[in-house]
Design a protein around this ligand. Sequence first.
Ligand code: GLC
Length: 748
Amino acid sequence: MRAMRILLPALVLVMTVSCGPREVRSTVNAGADVERQIDQLLAKMTLAEKIGQMNQVSAGGDVSRYAESLRNGQVGSILNEVDPARINEFQRITVEESRLGIPLLVGRDVIHGFHTVFPIPLGLAATFDPELVEEGARVAAAEAVAQGIRWTFSPMLDIARDPRWGRMAEGSGEDPWLDARMGEAMVRGYQGEVPGPSSMAACVKHFAGYGAAEGGRDYNSTFLTERQLRNVILPPFEAAVKAGALTLMTSFNDNDGIPSTANSFLLKDILRNEWGFGGLVVTDWNSMGEMIAHGFGTDRKEVARLAANAGVDMDMMTFGFLSHLEELVRSGQVKEAVIDEAVRNILRVKFVLGLFEHPYVDEAAAASVQYAPAHLETARKTAEESVILLKNDGLLPLSSGRIRTILVTGPMADAPHDQLGTWSFDGEKSHTVTPLKALQERFPGKVVYVPGLTYSRQQRSRFDDVVAAARRADVVLAFLGEEAILSGEAHSLADLNLIGSQSELLAALKAAGKPVVATVMAGRPLTIERDLPNCNAMLYAFHPGTMGGPALVNILMGDVNPSGKTPVTFLRTVGQVPMYYSHTMTGRPYNGETLLDGIGPEAGQTSLGNTSYYLDAGAYPLFPFGYGLSYTDFTFEDITIDQDSYPVDGTIRVSYTLSNTGRYDGTAVPQVYIRDLVGSLTRPVKELKHFRRVRLGAGESIRLTDEIPVSDLAFWGADGQKKVEPGEFQLWVAGDSASGDPVTFSVR
Ligand code: GLC
């Protein structure tokens, strides 16, 4: 095996990225010895071999189809091969039969688990538990790396405030602070504290602004200002990059007319020069080629030039670099120094991952890691924490002693594939434990299963069979929602109501007169206001993954007290899009004015309201960001801060008494929101700046103190500078973004 022997440096020296007037510390510190070896290797490479490293190929199945390209050094990375033996064959040809033996970087979309599938990322965000999410990412890396996959195209950090957009499922929701904490957790989980031979390189995506697609239609244009980018969209990416993410992916969208894959403001000015990103930038799938469709380039040669000069290092599936870069360099349209920098970034990631030293995977050991009991346990615990209790009239938790017959119904009760959610390519449905299976296991002989609808879009006008079964049952458990295919990439929806005849099914069950618990599994917050009256309780589970069934049963039976919180606003109707908690105030904030049903036939024009709201849908959502009930009750009292006024470099210490005033032990999620009352720009009415999970026994109280650096209140102001602007602020400590009364303080 011809692999270059690398003596990893004992002392990892800090590398700096030279960027004009100032030096910025690189976010990927491979060490001086590795940097030296990169330069030595680069010096040996022909231009064609350098360009080969910048080419990524989706290569699954027959390795022989790619053998010549591998031997010729025309492939730097492959994606979508997951078989360890074939991965080793790809590697063997590359390392042992190419001239320089530079190993491949093998990538895969390991988005929320590999074989053991976790809740979709929106569900992970609902846990408000970065530590557990990090543990889950570590599990995903352990299973994927054991099969030879060393790069995942995750975390997706696109801020999403339009639930029509199907990819809301893949991100951490609407809030930059929660998104950033989840992104950092996943980077740490995938890569470990110091990336090495057991790491899976993270890929922060999609850079940038993809979630603001106009109309919520995937791939659509976005029109984000630089201020909106800097104050809302980019902070999670910066956090993940500074957490050490080794790679980043450009987004499909054009923002304000410029496709991200050719946006040097994003890829150079911000990513490299301001943040010091030292990893590699890969395009999204053919996003380079799609710039022709965007009307931003006439052919592949031109878009390859645009992408290379904008700062793209690796081309996923356009083959624009492989086909045209050599000619572009020869003609001087792309400087070879640009190629060298791209190849350095690629080689740095490969060195840091230890690929030169350890290019092969232990095929014999791969299977033993998959679905390990500890992995399934972590997945179940994560699913439990991801479930949000939206309504409970006291029916939950169920008492097993009073249950003789349980009716299980609905299209998601036994949907082993769809329960895994979108982007779970390698999750095998044979391992999924559905709610039906979990209930049958826990209550043998007591479960009656009448689906009512075999899939969500099925139309039925009558449910006589289900209603008859409901009348014979003690409790009805209806599992509703949307299949995995109805969310995710390219799957935007214009109507967010429960699809098909599901609402009719729930109404029929309600009419049967027995207690009904509705559980919704979906890839987004559906508009379920009309369904709430037709159930005694409602749980919301963003496609909960392999262990969703046991997790839901543990919650239904009270073994686990639900603690999930909404990572996105739940709308009353899709017509309210976009509606999110950290909105600005406007000059006419809603003040409780009359709604449609309060307006008489002779109402004059001026009485039709003078503030910002909908006559037919008001000004508030169904459930706010950060919302979720528990089987117990929590109060936040005696909220105090340690000073009335703080210096810009100070620390706010907010103390409060958290009490569990109910009958069940439970976990609260105290959230600290802050409002900057007056700024050089209009500011959000509140922004999340701290959260934690606190387990508290029934009847217990605890005095807590949270610390918020005043510097966390900085924003990019009218002068284009990021700083804390002195003035008056308000601070809330509450169980969601719409509760509590503020305390005030000032910054001087
Ligand atoms: C897709 C997605 C991206 C994914 C890539 C590779 O089109 O946009 O998120 O990582 O292609 O599958």
